[in-house]
Design a protein around this ligand. Structure first.
Ligand code: F6R
Ligand code: ZN
Length: 186
């Protein structure tokens, strides 16, 4: 029998003391994600060990759901804000919820059929990610963006399509403001 639990998730730092899964994603591992390759190389020369984001997860063996936090650090590569890799779920019937606890950002979404959408991320907003929609979060602010996510354990992550093609739309800074533009390379 799986036992119930109460799991504290710090809305400022993203720390989850009871998490049993963690990883940090160095910016250096995100080559090819950003549209400005020269800016990426410049950034890495200056900050070779920079961390883009960290993920902490709480999972009970045998459970159908798991959850945790993603903590995204602020920054830009050229004019493009720090972002997660972005993925589809392998299972087309699994959605997800992203509940923003602190910071500001944008959630970029798209379907395999070519539809796109964006949801603003800010404290108290819970983004509903329907089944079939790829999702990538972007930190458009100057503080960490912390959100809690809730997902099915068997959803699976399909990064391949986005690694090879990118996403249809990009979040860039224009005149000091976050702006969504079409990805010329898609
Ligand atoms: C799980 C989920 C999040 C992300 C995390 C990092 O389905 O959507 O936990 O995995 O925010 O983003 P990716 O995995 O796209 O690098
Ligand atoms: Zn997901």
């Amino acid at each position: 029998m799986i036992r119930p639990d109460g799991v504290f998730m710090d809305g400022r730092s993203g720390a989850v003391p009871k998490a049993n899964e963690h990883y940090s994603k160095p910016v250096a591992e995100l080559r090819g994600l950003y549209h400005d390759g020269a800016a990426f190389d410049d950034f890495l020369r200056e900050s070779p060990h920079a961390i883009g984001y960290e993920v902490a997860g709480y999972r009970q063996p045998g459970s159908d759901i798991f959850f945790g936090t993603t903590t995204m650090y602020p920054g830009k590569i050229g004019d493009e804000y720090f972002m997660t890799r972005g993925h589809y779920h392998v299972r087309d019937d699994c959605g997800e919820a992203y509940y923003t606890q602190s910071g500001t950002g944008l959630l970029l979404l798209q379907t395999r059929e070519g539809e796109t959408s964006e949801v603003e991320m800010g404290p108290g907003v819970c983004a509903f990610i329907p089944p079939g929609w790829a999702h990538r979060s972007v930190n458009t602010g100057s503080n960490p963006l912390v959100f809690a996510w809730f997902c099915q354990t068997t959803a699976g992550h399909d990064y391949g399509d986005i690694v090879t093609r990118g996403m249809r739309r990009l979040a860039v800074e224009r005149d000091g403001h976050p702006t969504i533009v079409s990805n010329p390379a898609f």
